[in-house]
Design a protein around this ligand. Structure first.
Ligand code: HC1
Length: 578
């Protein structure tokens, strides 16, 4: 510990800790822009300037990279510090697009918030501006360089958290832009479309590709039958977009809102998550018998699948052949449900509400077509759904709780926990146990060894006379660490990998919290609270094992026959090629 002075008050603080963290931990807020604790601590933007007196000299320093040392004096809001910070933000604004009213991040933009906090009413600096075309050639993420403040948070998260590294600086000085190399579009490089860059972008420079207008048009078209499915994560995150606390469960209001938006049927992807588990548990048992490659690796996270294809093609045959729940759902809707209800599948539109930008990429994959039709037509993120609800003038917090439609709205606790890291593993083991040990035995339900935010979680579990070695990784950098171990010869039987940190609760399509104060917006904390809410839903469910879902049993009875049947393989499975 060292003794320093903060605004003339003495403080004992850890030596070497940066001044920004020290001040924030003591309730003194210093503005910042490029700083992402533990991920990007580079002092690039200079928005966090403070005055520091050391060795008899007083100077302006970037507090996010200035380490505490004995005897220094810090002035966080001195006139000089405030003036300097204001000028830094004005300089950023002088280059910025200035299209706030039409920007998707209007009222939720960190730059806008800084300008407001600093009382900038007029930008005194004027000068030349670059105009860049908007990069929008892919179906998942749009880059608008005109709004980029070059904080490089996107670059840091892509490299440090996801281990992908497709973003970086191009050109120098005034012409500097942060993006993929050689001016390429994200769709032309090894981007995995996870959207973690979008989550950390402070402005509207990175956004999801919106499909709101297309979905409105489909809803308004009397010739179309529009079915919506909602991912399990949405029920614990959508509320945040309407000011409700993190982890508030809004399942009932969600169903009510979708119905009021005009969708013809309101279903949940959890049903298909249950179905995925039944198929995948059988696939695991088959592979354990020697039919197919081990370890079996989950394939429901499209960002992970893309990562595998780009960086570890040697593991593509380890991927489960199960389509993701979203895709299974779409395929079932246009076959089973269409037959059952006498609907023309050509006139059906399947919309997925997902916490994910990679799901937009997944929906457009040529491998995910059944009987000539795309399984899923449009994917909206949690954020887009919130926008639609606002556009429709629905007061979300005043909605009554309603149920999803039947039978594709029935789900178990297993389907809900899919959205938290370790949930797919836990759900699969619940069912695998029941299949092997006997369906009627009271087999173990909770596998807490797979819960929580450790990057890689491992366990050995006995399944009859075999001990299974299991692992869970979330965030593709952790996936990389695990796969490298496999390449060195370590043996596992089943692995769950989700591309996003925390699993889908931390997906790239979740609410962005730029308007909140920095402590409330702590991403790790929020992911934990969202996951806890899912475990609460699970505990309160009548059925907690996927194969117990009455709707899943009905679908096998009426349509698929049995798990891994020829029809199940035709509709619910696919193959990726490296
Ligand atoms: Fe997910 Fe999944 S859990 S991938 O994280 O397997 O997006 O929520 O819908 O498909 O069910 C996302 C979430 C989601 C699929 C399921």
């Amino acid at each position: 510990k060292v003794k320093i002075w903060i605004n003339d008050q003495p403080a004992e603080v850890p030596e070497g800790m940066n001044l920004l963290e020290i001040c924030r931990s003591r309730g003194i807020e210093i503005p910042s822009l490029c700083y992402l604790p533990g991920i990007h601590e580079a002092g690039i933007c200079r928005v966090c300037l403070v005055e520091v007196e050391a060795n008899g000299r007083r100077s302006l320093q970037a507090s996010c990279v200035y380490p505490a040392s004995e005897g220094i004096k810090v002035y966080t809001h001195s006139p000089r510090a405030r003036r300097a910070r204001k000028r830094v933000v004005e300089l950023l604004l002088s280059e910025h697009g200035g299209e706030c009213p039409t920007c998707v991040r209007n009222l939720n933009c960190e730059l806008q918030r800084l300008a407001d906090e600093m009382g900038i009413r007029r930008v005194r600096v004027t000068g030349e501006r670059r105009r860049y075309p908007v990069a929008n050639k892919n179906p998942f993420i749009i880059r608008d360089y005109n709004k980029c403040v070059r904080c490089r948070r996107c670059e840091a998260v892509c490299r440090e958290v996801q281990g992908v590294g497709v973003l970086g600086p191009r050109n120098r000085g005034f012409d500097l832009v942060i993006g993929p190399p050689f001016g390429k579009d994200l769709g032309e490089v090894d981007c995995i479309s996870c959207g973690q860059c979008v989550m950390v972008c402070p402005t509207g420079a990175l956004t999801e590709r919106e499909y709101i207008d297309e979905v409105w048009r489909a809803i308004e078209d009397p010739d179309k039958f529009v079915v919506v499915q909602v991912a399990p994560a949405i029920q614990v995150t959508l509320g945040e977009a309407f000011g409700l606390g993190t982890g508030t469960i809004v399942r009932g209001k969600l169903a009510a809102a979708l119905r009021r938006l005009g969708f013809d049927r309101v279903f949940t992807t959890e049903l298909a998550a249950d179905l995925t588990i039944v198929e995948e548990a059988h696939e695991l048992l088959e592979r354990l018998k020697g039919h197919g490659k081990l370890p079996l690796i989950s394939s429901c996270s499209p960002g992970w699948v893309k990562f595998c294809e780009h960086f570890y093609p040697e593991f593509v045959d380890n991927l489960s052949t199960c389509k993701s729940p979203m895709e299974m759902f779409g395929a079932l809707a246009k076959t089973y449900y269409a037959e059952k209800e006498g609907l023309d599948p050509q006139k059906m539109v399947v919309v997925g509400v997902m916490p994910c930008t990679a799901k937009k990429f997944e929906a457009a994959r040529p491998e995910l077509v059944t009987r000539g039709l795309r399984d899923v037509d449009y994917v909206l993120t949690t954020r887009e759904l919130a926008r639609m609800i606002r556009q429709a003038g629905i007061r979300f917090d005043e909605l009554p709780d309603e149920e999803f439609d039947q039978p594709l709205g029935l789900s178990t606790g297993a389907g809900a926990i899919f959205a938290a890291t370790g949930g797919v593993m836990e759900a699969a083991i619940r069912t695998a146990y029941a299949l092997v040990e006997g369906r009627d035995l009271p087999t173990r339900l909770e596998f807490k060894e797979f819960r929580g935010l450790r990057g890689i979680k491992e366990a050995r579990l006995k399944l009859k006379n075999q001990t299974l070695r299991l692992a869970v990784a979330h965030g593709t950098r952790n996936a990389r660490r695990l796969l490298e171990r496999l390449k060195r010869g370590e043996k596992f039987h089943f692995i769950e990998i989700m591309a996003c940190p925390g699993g889908c609760v931390g997906g790239g399509g979740q609410p962005i919290l730029g308007r909140l104060n920095r402590r409330e917006a702590d991403m790790v904390e929020r992911r934990m609270q969202r996951a806890q809410a899912l475990y609460k839903i699970d505990i309160n469910k009548k059925f907690r094992r996927a194969h117990e879902n009455p709707a899943v049993q009905q679908i096998y009875r009426e349509f698929l026959g049995h798990p891994l049947s020829e029809k199940a393989r035709e509709i619910l499975h696919t193959h990726y090629t490296p």
